[in-house]
Design a protein around this ligand. Sequence first.
Ligand code: SAH
Length: 226
Amino acid sequence: MITESMIRGIGMTSQRTRDRLIRRLREEGITNTSVLDAMLSTPRHLFVDEALSSRAYEDTALPIGEGQTISQPYIVARMTELLLEGNYPEKVLEIGTGCGYQTTILSQLVSSVYTVERILPLLQQARKRFRMLRLNNVRSKQSDGTWGWKENALYDGIIVTAAPAEIPRALLEQLKPQGRLVIPVGSRGVQTLAVITRTAAGFEREDFERVSFVPLIGGDVTGVGA
Ligand code: SAH
């Protein structure tokens, strides 16, 4: 049974603890107030195992089972901020639902979110959270996200929360003109956070900070950004 107080949180999951995280994100350079507000109002402790809930508002990645992690809050904020720059996106595709935290942040900021996860038990748990939080603009499916989600393309923005060695071709193809793909690219362990914008001439790539994501496991790659 999910109660209002569970969503609000108590003790180490209380509003004060969350305020502290938001202050830290500001100090680390996150400036988009819509992103900060969405993070302030999202109960991150509901996205991790109860045994870890007292650590849910630390700025760290945490295990979510199946060898996967919930991303560090700073990284979620940074990627969301990069996605929202330029033309404001309405329709966004996320690859790597995991526990559904990033999805939940996005659902508060854009009109519709499509999210793809390859590990079914993780997706099933995430769907329970979407229902519990009454997110009615999120559609999800179990699939290999390197193929994107063609039926709903094109997207204004695509965000990938696991790292491929090279950028999947299908994701580039499913971007609208001026659409933005936010993606960590590189080998296991350390990658570069990249933003690819679809332009009239093709694709432009900008590189940002070094990041460390779990690998994107799957098929279709381009050779771009290898
Ligand atoms: N978005 C999550 C991060 C989850 S970790 C958050 O908010 O914290 C990355 C997720 O990507 C894992 O759940 C992993 O199973 C998933 N993943 C890896 N390769 C994938 C692929 N090819 N297609 C879809 N999901 C994939």
